[in-house]
Design a protein around this ligand. Structure first.
Ligand code: C2E
Ligand code: MG
Ligand code: MG
Length: 336
């Protein structure tokens, strides 16, 4: 059909040509009623146009089912925010040498009525790059602010680490939003807040992210590069962003006792942080041996199951009051 349509059409002595975009769906693979089949074919035609015209596209019921399921899940997550099914756990970030809890990192959870307590990996990827991600990040910010007010009223001052999607950082008005949050929390200092961000998949937009990060720093907040070392352009990111903290990704920490290369990467990141006078935090510290080695390598801060699992705010106060650092951490001595 496309070939036939593409042939020249003569209007007197002028040769004209047109192209077509064709959409089709195939029954019985696509099990729709006639009007549904037509709609699917129509959808496929739009896809052909989007892909550059002069081509055909065949509707894929499998992909369509996925898209529909995706859309439903997003709507369900949006409802979960409204219904108050989302909540937060907090994980402590400990200073090994001083033996004290320096900050807590807020981690989103979904208390799903049927599936139980879900980790972000079960629902955040579906939101990536959407408006809903911005909504969720704002919700977490507001909730952490409210929690900070409770803690401050009880005389408890804690650093608060908050994960933010790059999409949130790049959505206009972020700095105003953050300023407002601080205004709504009397007693909360900008320096109490650390914003964690991960690398984007490409370096596109790195300048725009850097501009927001600069504004955050100017406001007095700290910015951390999360999962450092796992992206495609970690060093370009490091150079472009005035982030004060590097968080060594947990995969390197996890393997460093058995795997030479992981150990060298951990050493490298700590060295990089030292050279550039940045703070470094090790993620995923699961054992005392890892904590001791980290200290020896010059990394004084860490978080992980070996120190404490993420927990709800209600359990946290008691944990902090009873916390005493493992003697091995403080005894290890900082190698630098
Ligand atoms: P992250 O910021 O790197 O958070 C650390 C993750 O490692 C958390 O997983 C934490 O539960 C887990 N973890 C902590 N200690 C250990 C350990 O010793 N061993 C192991 N194997 N894992 C440990 P979680 O809570 O599932 O969060 C996953 C990611 O989801 C976070 O990684 C962060 O990137 C993202 N995230 C979490 N909450 C939010 C949020 O409110 N907003 C945004 N935008 N992202 C969030
Ligand atoms: Mg984080
Ligand atoms: Mg991380």
């Amino acid at each position: 059909i496309l070939e036939a349509v593409a042939g020249p059409i003569w209007l007197s002595e002028h040769a004209c040509s047109v192209t077509a975009s064709v959409g089709a769906t195939l029954y019985p693979g696509d099990q729709g009623e006639p009007d549904v089949l037509l709609r699917h074919a129509d959808q496929a035609m739009y896809q052909a146009k989007q892909q550059g015209r002069n081509r055909f596209h065949v509707f894929d019921p499998e992909v369509d089912r996925e898209v529909v399921a995706f859309r439903k899940l997003r709507a369900r997550i949006e409802q979960a925010i409204v219904d108050g099914e989302l909540c937060r756990q907090y994980q402590r970030i400990v200073n090994f040498s001083e033996g004290r809890v320096e900050a807590v990192e807020a981690l989103a959870r979904w208390r799903h009525p049927e599936r139980g307590l879900l980790a972000p990996g079960d629902f955040l990827p579906m939101l990536e790059g959407t408006e809903l991600m911005v909504k969720l990040d704002d919700w977490v910010l507001a909730q952490v602010g409210a929690q900070a007010r409770v803690w401050l009223a009880a005389g408890r001052r804690l650093g608060l680490s908050i994960n933010l999607s790059v999409h949130r950082l790049l959505t206009p008005g972020f700095i105003n939003h953050l300023t407002q949050l601080l205004r709504d929390c009397p007693g909360l200092q900008p320096a109490d807040i650390q914003l964690e961000t991960v690398e984007t998949k490409t370096s596109v937009g790195i300048e725009a992210v850097a501009a927001v990060v600069r504004d955050c720093v100017e406001l007095g907040c700290t910015v951390a590069l999360d999962d450092f070392g796992t992206g495609f352009s970690s060093l370009s990111y490091f150079r472009a962003l005035p982030a004060q903290t590097l968080k060594i990704d947990q995969t390197f920490v996890h393997d460093m006792l058995e795997d030479e290369d992981s150990l060298r990467i951990v050493e490298g990141v700590i060295g990089l942080a030292r050279t550039f006078e940045r703070r470094v935090v090790a993620e995923g510290v699961e054992s005392s041996a890892q904590a001791v080695l980290l200290r020896r390598l010059g990394c004084d801060r860490g978080q992980g199951y070996g120190i404490a699992h993420p927990m709800f705010a209600a359990q946290l106060a008691q944990w902090i009051d009873q916390f005493s650092p493992a003697p091995a951490w403080t005894a290890a001595g900082n190698g630098h």
